[in-house]
Write a protein that binds this ligand. Structure first.
Ligand SMILES: [Zn+2]
Length: 107
């Protein structure tokens, strides 16, 4: 019976399998056939994404404000607009360059 349950559970890559041993009795383990590692990894990523999109942090998700970056970030404080310091530095450098060009055009 354990094999039948585990065959069915293996079809859901993120579902922990059922094991039995003398010490622990019935318990769940995250062990799947090595032939399904990619499916298991993709299922775990999808599960994490779904949990993030519907969890208490969902309201903090924001798209990076540094075009053309298409990443998302968790806005941990109101002034956070970029996914990384690299994107922030790129926006600040762009603004500084634009200011420099503007002042050069005036003089
Ligand atoms: Zn970014």
């Amino acid at each position: 019976m354990l094999d039948a349950v585990n065959r069915a559970l293996s079809r859901v890559p993120s579902a922990p399998l059922l094991r039995h041993d003398e010490d622990r009795g019935l318990h769940r383990v995250h062990a799947h056939p090595v032939t399904r590692l990619v499916e298991r990894a993709m299922a775990q990523i999808a599960e994490d994404a779904a949990a993030l999109l519907t969890g208490e942090m969902a309201g903090s998700l924001a798209q990076c404000a540094a075009a053309p970056c298409d990443r998302f970030l968790l806005r941990t404080h109101a002034r956070r607009h970029w996914c990384s310091t690299r994107c922030g530095d790129r926006v600040r450098a762009s603004r500084a360059y634009a200011r420099k060009q503007e002042s050069a055009a005036r003089s």
